[in-house]
Design a protein around this ligand. Structure first.
Ligand SMILES: [Zn+2]
Length: 439
């Protein structure tokens, strides 16, 4: 047992209320056992860790990322989505070997942890996704992962899959990894997007997910050219297509949803489809600005994600929170999307996206001990009067002191305790430069 003593717990609670109190937190095994003052009197055997002047916040939930793309950071700048995919990302993903994808995943997880992220929803690539799964298991992070699926005609040969083989490969990964890492790792099917998948694949995947109670994670309505392609291929609007094919459901996670009209927004609402907002990626690929205030007004669940490293180029929830707040203001005024809304999306919003709001996303008794200790008493984040403002608008990785996942410390004072980062940077640079020469 461990008592985090004297810190300030800052969290949104499941009942929607904001809680910010100086108090102690008792961690027992994987969970938050008790929150209250002077806990050492009641729990005499507990180890005491003094976190006075620090903030105890829930770990961030990055609801949409691509660990396989971390290796390609900075190698696909200033491009629009379809060019970005066809000219850079798809050929680079196709070059991945077991070694390169392991390094990519390891670097990504290390970056995420040092920025206070404790849960991810990852979309892998066509081949070698098992190596991402291994890194997820070994690192101690909480994750939903799935290999990407692409079976539609017209795709480059090196990526196009046979429909049944793609489903079989996904089921193999599900059988091997779902529930691994003491239940931290869960499989989530990941067809890339409607443009790259056949009706047959999407329908079968949807049926499997509903049958097994799994998440269906895909991209939708990110870019104008993409929605034109969906219209050409299906004769329908993207979200409308998901409804007509009976794919719409509360287990459907849609990254982006930038270009969604009122009719489609009704579909999101009706089926309790989850939206993942990726503001950095949407800006960098010039895709547009998602109508998040409308989604929130409609009580549609929204989480935040950094998306792929080459369209960001970081995996920082601090940056996503800040951008999520800022990009709405020129259109809707300064009070739109305040710091609290952004923080809530990064924590409880993400937990709701993955259906784990009763287990993660806030600091509450009985929840899993996925906790970040933040030190805001630093030049970049001080002075502050409102800690939420400091976290969303000023904080950075340097404010993250310690990260717990399932009650275990994975990152402490600049050091990763579960990932060997010694040669990572050097190895990643050698491999990326080799890939870029071959591109
Ligand atoms: Zn993505």
């Amino acid at each position: 047992m461990l008592i985090l003593k004297g810190g300030t717990v800052l969290t949104y609670l499941n009942n929607g209320k904001f809680y910010c109190e100086k108090t102690d937190v008792l961690i027992k095994d994987t969970k938050i056992k008790k929150i209250g003052k002077n806990l050492q009197k009641e729990f005499k055997d507990a180890i005491i860790e003094n976190v006075e002047d620090k903030y105890i916040i829930p770990g961030f939930v990055q609801s949409h990322i691509h660990l396989c793309q971390v290796l390609f950071k900075g190698s696909a700048d200033d491009m629009e989505l379809m060019d970005w995919l066809e000219k850079r990302i798809w050929p680079l993903e196709a070059m991945h070997t077991a070694e390169s994808i392991s390094i990519s995943a390891k670097m990504g997880i290390a970056e995420l942890m040092s920025g206070g992220t404790t849960t991810v929803v990852d979309m892998g690539t066509i081949r070698h996704t098992e190596y991402i799964a291994e890194e997820l298991v070994n690192s101690g992070i909480r994750a939903f992962f799935g290999k990407t699926m692409m079976d539609r005609k017209g795709l480059p040969d090196f990526l196009k899959e046979d429909t049944q083989k793609s489903i079989e490969d996904s089921l193999d990964l599900y059988n091997k990894y779902h529930g691994k890492g003491d239940g931290r790792i869960k499989y989530a099917f990941a067809p890339r997007f409607a443009v790259s998948c056949t009706d047959e694949l999407l329908k079968q995947v949807s049926d499997i997910c509903k049958d097994k109670g799994l998440l269906f994670h895909t991209h939708a309505s990110e870019n104008k050219k993409e929605i034109e392609l969906v219209k050409e291929l299906t004769g329908m609007k993207n979200i409308e297509y998901f409804e007509k094919k009976e794919i719409a459901g509360e287990n459907l996670l849609l990254a982006h949803c930038v270009w969604v009209d009122d009719e489609e927004r009704e579909i999101l609402k009706k089926y309790n489809i989850k939206v993942i907002h990726c503001p950095s990626a949407n800006m960098k690929l010039a895709s547009g600005i998602a109508p998040i205030p409308k989604y929130l007004k409609d009580k549609i669940t929204v989480g935040l994600g950094a998306d792929g490293a080459p369209c960001n180029n970081n995996l920082s929830m601090f940056k996503e929170m800040k951008l999520a707040a800022l990009i709405q203001k020129p259109f809707h005024g300064p009070t739109c999307m305040n710091a609290g809304e952004a923080f809530k999306m990064a924590t409880l919003g993400g937990a709701k996206v993955v259906g784990m709001e009763n287990e993660i996303g806030s600091i509450e008794e009985g929840k899993k001990a996925d906790i970040v200790i933040l030190d805001l008493e630093k030049i970049n984040s001080s002075p502050y009067f409102d800690p939420v403002s400091s976290i969303v608008y000023s904080a950075a990785f340097s404010n993250v002191d310690k990260v717990f996942i399932d009650g275990k410390v994975v990152y402490n004072n600049g050091k990763h305790l579960t990932i060997n980062t010694e040669h990572l940077v050097k190895d990643a640079n050698v491999i990326l430069r080799d890939f870029m020469v071959k591109l």
